[in-house]
Structures are given as C-alpha cells and as structure tokens.
Design a protein around this ligand. Structure first.
Ligand SMILES: Nc1ncnc2c1ncn2[C@@H]1O[C@H](COP(=O)(O)OP(=O)(O)OP(=O)(O)O)[C@@H](O)[C@H]1O
Ligand SMILES: [Mg+2]
Length: 238
C-alpha cells in the first residue's frame, strides 16, 4: 500500500536549492532564494518570518498548489519540479490544508465539510459519515454536526477546518496562519488540538505563524527572511 511505503520515508518533505520567481521580464522578482529544508515523519515545524518573506509561497510549492520552477522538491517520495497537473493533484490528496480563513464551503454543514475530505479516499458513504462525526467530536464539536459555517464562531469554524484536514490521516499538514483571525486563548486551543491530533496520527505539520506564544509546542522553528531560510533551530523536547 502506498501509505505504508510513504510512512517509511526518511523525509516527508525534502527541498534542495529551491528558487522561485514572480513576474516576467524586468519585473521578474526572486521570491525564494536557494532554500533547503526537510521535515521528518511526525515532526512539527513552525515557520516564521516577516510579512512578504516568502512563507506562503514556500508552503504552496510544497503543497503542490503551484508548480516549482528551480531546484528540487520531493514531497511524500514524489519529485514536484516540472511535473504535470495530474501528479500535483495526486500529491494533494495526501496533504491536509488549513488556511487563515477557514475555507469551509458555506452551503455544506460541518459534517458535510469534513466528509468531503474523506470522500476523496473512496470510503463508503455510511463510513464517511461515521468518521466525519467522530472527528467533529474529537475537536469538541459534538452537537454541531448539522450547522453551517455561518452558524459557527471563528474558533469553531477553524476546528471544523482542522477536522476536515486531519480526518483522512494525511502524512503532511500545511497550515498557513490558522490562528490569525482568532483571539489568543482560542488560537492556542485550536493549535493544541491540531498538534495533538497530528501526533496521534503521526502526521507531519508545517505551520506558518506570527504568533510567538505558540512556539513551545513545535519540535523545530524555522525563520525565513527575504526568501531565504536564515535560522533552523532544533528544539529539545521538555
Ligand atoms: N501571485 C503573486 N504574484 C506576484 N507576486 C506575488 C504573488 N504572491 C506573492 N507575491 C510576492 O511574493 C513575496 C512573498 O509573498 P508571500 O505571500 O509568500 O509572503 P509571506 O511571507 O507569506 O507574507 P505574510 O506573512 O504577509 O503572509 C511578496 O513580495 C509578495 O508580494
Ligand atoms: Mg503568507
């Protein structure tokens, strides 16, 4: 099974000398400059850095949401440089995404939003429903299954987004400022929840944040400045 093979990977993500540009001709600007990075299975990494330093761009390249131009990116054992859309789409199925704005579908209930991620994996409908509910319970949303995003608070919406991203047990979770729209306490709770679920599932996480109050829960913190990784500090547990 593919999942078994990829779980045995040494690095879930391996990036070497990655550069990326936006714009063309005289307006062409280097956004990522020779970045190298890796993340091990189950590792939780926080990515920080000033606004405009390239964090989101980096995450979208790793997440197969845009095509990489220069260097090497290997995600879940697949090379992503110069590949076709089909390969990118296949890779995305094994990644959970959580964004600053929850990105839930407004016309679907909490349960249906979580089910969507599971349906990609072709589980039968009653099993999908059972798992979606189980996950909503795990993020503290028992009793909110039938609610639409507009009927939920910001923190609750982000919990649904976490359930949706993690329910399929992705090997990799990419989170771009998931707490930016939340107050301090709610933000902390949401991140704790995400990290605990990820640890249970053995998922690796790359989380972008400006919030230095949540740094203690990461295995490692990486700083980006002007498109370069300037510091890559290993934290010791405890
Ligand atoms: N689609 C695009 N086209 C052109 N330039 C872009 C595009 N997306 C981002 N940029 C530019 O690339 C640089 C890096 O942007 P990016 O969104 O990766 O930064 P960031 O570190 O995520 O910032 P923030 O902390 O504000 O979210 C910025 O100068 C931005 O203006
Ligand atoms: Mg960003």
């Amino acid at each position: 099974m593919e999942a078994t093979i990829t779980r045995a990977l040494k690095d879930v993500v391996r990036v070497r000398n990655l550069s990326h540009y936006f714009g063309a001709g005289e307006l062409r600007k280097k956004i990522l400059d020779n970045v190298s990075f890796e993340i091990a299975p189950g590792e939780i990494v926080i990515l920080m850095g000033p606004s405009g330093s390239g964090k989101t761009t980096f995450l979208t390249l790793i997440g197969a949401l845009r095509t990489a131009m220069e260097g090497e990116i290997n995600v879940l054992g697949k090379n992503l440089v110069g590949v076709d859309e089909k390969t990118l789409v296949e890779t995305r199925k094994n990644i959970g995404y959580i964004f600053q704005q929850h990105n839930l579908l407004r016309f679907l209930t909490a349960e249906q939003n979580v089910s969507m991620g599971l349906e990609l994996h072709n589980i039968d409908p009653s099993e999908t429903r059972r798992q979606a509910r189980q996950f909503l319970e795990e993020v503290g949303l028992a009793g909110h299954f039938e609610k639409y995003p507009d009927q939920l608070s910001g923190g609750q919406k982000q919990r649904v987004a976490i359930a949706r991203a993690l329910a399929p047990s992705p090997l990799l979770v990419l989170a771009d400022e998931p707490t930016a729209a939340l107050d301090k306490k709610t933000g902390r709770d949401v991140v704790d929840l995400m990290f605990n679920l990820a640890r249970k599932k053995g998922s690796s996480i790359i989380l972008v944040t400006h919030d230095n109050r949540i740094l203690d829960i990461a295995d490692r913190i990486v700083y980006m400045e002007d498109g370069r990784i300037v510091e890559n500090s290993q934290r010791n547990a405890g």
